[in-house]
Ligand binder design. Sequence first.
Ligand code: PMP
Length: 416
Amino acid sequence: MNVFESLESEVRSYSRTWPTVFDRALGSELFDENGKPYLDFFAGAGALNYGHNNPVFKEALIDYIRRDGVTHGLDMQTVAKRDFLETFKRVVLEPRNLDYKVQFPGPTGANSVESALKLARKVTGRESIINFTNAFHGMTLGALSVTGNSMKRGGAGIPLVHATPMPYDHYLDGQTPDFIWFERLLEDSGSGLNEPAAVIVETVQGEGGINVARAEWLRALADLCKRHGILLIVDDVQMGCGRTGPFFSFEIAGIQPDIVCLSKSIGGYGLPMALTLLRPELDVWEPGEHNGTFRGNNPAFVTSAKALQEYWTSDKLEKSTLAKGEQIGRCLEELAQELKPAGLESRGRGLARGLAFDEPALAGRASAAAFERGLLMETSGPNGEVLKLMPPLTVTDEELERGLGIVVDSVRAVSA
Ligand code: PMP
């Protein structure tokens, strides 16, 4: 028995999916300790949009460490934080006409969700939060309470007290968005849900199985929230930072959420970092009311500012993400046609792509077959039935084609 099996908790997961020991990583590849390369179509579940050890950020990070830049600064004012804030304002907010204040809620996505839920309740004086079936918002108790996955929530004994699972756009089968049932609930004072503080939504549910919400549905949701004084929280932890094409995934709908959660790729280099963006008038926090030791990861501010400067001062990355995403979509459609009896379905937007299997076990077997062939892909969805393709946005054409070749071989092998 190796030290991972003898010492690590049974909770370990990816180590079971990919039973090797990784050592190095560069661009779209990871190398195990024997030097075997693996193409990475997992990309830290959206934390590595710019690839591993991106050379531009690496140099900036090495420089910062060499000159003894502040590493840990709680929420003190530092030069690295100022540079990040100025860059974020100039590169991300101003060109999009977005007016948000920036909160540093802690290092992870769940920290951002917790602060968003707390703030929504404080601002509105209301309690309940509406979430959606198959949503994933994180593993802390608050974030878990709005996570629509009974396996994840159940073990912690969290019932759906303040949250209501609702049919997500993906399940409406292309029908016109119809929020009549939602409106009824909001008018029904006996339900206890007539005055929710907020609705929390992912524009594409990543962990939930690459369930894509249409722009039209998102606009109808935003409109409904406005009419009922409900705050709209978009959790862009996984789909933000360009994963679906534009910097914010909600840009396709032309909406401005009240609160936005960002993490994962915002740090640029895979370093822990999270932001909560709030409309300025919602900033009712008292000083120190929501704090935490790791709110100021200065090396992450350095790599984050570099990433914004390098990739978001032109529309090059957005365009290539959309083009590469369509290439994957076409490949998965063709595969679904070819293997019709297997009941495959291609899903996705930008470089968040999925292939759903009728038979959930087959998605897991396809992932294992791909691992044998040197490609890492996670499964998602309530029963792990969706093979998830999320390469770094910086994946090269050659890597993308090679990876897709392995996807096709692996899916054919398990569907035969
Ligand atoms: N929200 C979404 C949409 C996520 O995908 C995740 C992580 N997969 C989280 C929140 C939680 O982020 P973290 O794991 O960094 O706490």
